[in-house]
Design a protein around this ligand. Structure first.
Ligand SMILES: [Zn+2]
Length: 349
């Protein structure tokens, strides 16, 4: 795997993605698919807190909705012709490519252990993963991708073989997939803006990626200053998980999500220096693909934030609330609005 000699980022990563002026990250060959570059613990902890607040395990919902989301996504980008050709040739290079991509994106140290694909019952793929970014989501991804490749419904199971090391097996469980599930994918705004990040002269990616360590062998990315693990993922998949959760539980989980993120931020995970100055905060949000910070102001005891092209907006609402409480050391009351053009306005007082 080649890395950039200037910033050290894998060329596959900066070559496959574009950081746009609107504060978004998109895939170069599929610009409607947004990505985020996010602190892994934020995702893990928020799910953990939601589980605590609700008092139930979300593992099944996460696996299931990630499976559907991955199926839907891979199915839409992989032309049917290629899928048919692959079925008659060899799956091995495809699977190897995907495991390498997973390592580049910080999903963990993924390896192919065993596979048998003949296009029917009895087909399976067994992967090993050390240090998975989020095990249930990884299981869902594996099963969803397998469904596209085999054209059959697939199940997935995992086993912890040693601390932090898992074997994940996906296998054809039933008949051919008869209907194609279409999830409701959130439409995100993509207005151009002023969140322009300095470009690395070596690879064209954001030059601040030089502040991160990319350990491709270990499948991890970390921010050097804090040691925090990062991961590249799609926000729409997470929104789909959250939508699914709402359907399963039959209740509005937005308050729960905001609350979970508020608690998380208040644990002191993020450095409040990141929000003290508008330019730095804007760059941090843009590098992560969360949108373009138009305005942040504090007057009369009220904090107002205006963000264009947000994604995972409930996490952003919780983030602003948490920061307010950390910086001003008192409880805040939050109001937020997602306008028609996709703009997010958050006010805390
Ligand atoms: Zn570079």
């Amino acid at each position: 795997m080649k890395t950039c000699s200037v910033c050290g980022a894998p060329k596959k990563l900066t070559g496959n993605h574009k950081w746009l002026s609107g504060g978004t990250i998109v895939e170069k060959n599929n610009p409607s698919h947004r990505m985020i570059f996010v602190e892994n613990d934020n995702i893990l902890e928020v799910f953990k807190l939601i589980q605590e607040i609700l008092g139930l395990s979300l593992e099944k919902v996460v696996i299931e909705s990630q499976r559907k989301a991955t199926y839907d996504y891979v199915n839409s980008i992989l032309p049917a012709v290629i899928r048919k050709i692959v079925r008659f040739t060899s799956y091995r290079p495809v699977v190897r490519n995907l495991t390498m991509l997973g390592k580049t994106y910080g999903l963990g140290d993924v390896s192919l252990l065993d596979m048998h694909i003949k296009g029917g019952e009895g087909d399976y793929v067994k992967l090993g993963i050390r240090n998975p970014f989020f095990l249930p989501a990884f299981c869902g991804m594996v099963a969803g991708a397998m469904e596209v490749v085999t054209g059959h419904d697939c199940s997935v199971s995992y086993q912890e073989k040693s601390p932090g090391y898992y074997e994940v097996t996906t296998f054809v469980s039933t008949h051919p997939k008869e209907f194609v599930e279409r999830l409701h994918w959130r439409e995100y705004g993509n207005k151009p803006g002023d969140a322009v990040l300095d470009e690395c002269p070596g690879c064209g990616g954001p030059s601040i990626l030089a502040d991160y360590d990319f350990d491709i062998e270990a499948g991890t990315i970390s921010r050097r200053a804090s040691g925090r693990r990062m991961v590249i993922d799609g926000p729409a998949e997470f929104e789909a998980i959250l939508d699914e959760l709402e359907r399963e539980l039959g209740e509005d989980i937005s308050q729960i999500l905001i609350e979970a993120q508020r608690r998380f931020v208040k644990m002191g995970f993020y450095d409040t220096d990141e929000v003290q100055d508008v330019g730095t905060f804007r760059d941090h949000l843009a590098l992560r693909g969360f949108g373009n910070l138009k305005e942040i102001s504090f007057a009369g005891g009220r904090l107002s934030v205006h963000l264009e092209n947000p994604c995972l907006h409930l996490l952003l609402v919780g983030l602003v609330l948490g920061f307010f409480e950390l910086v001003f050391k008192r409880e805040g009351r939050v109001d937020w609005e997602l306008a028609d053009g996709g703009d997010l306005r958050v006010e805390v007082e």
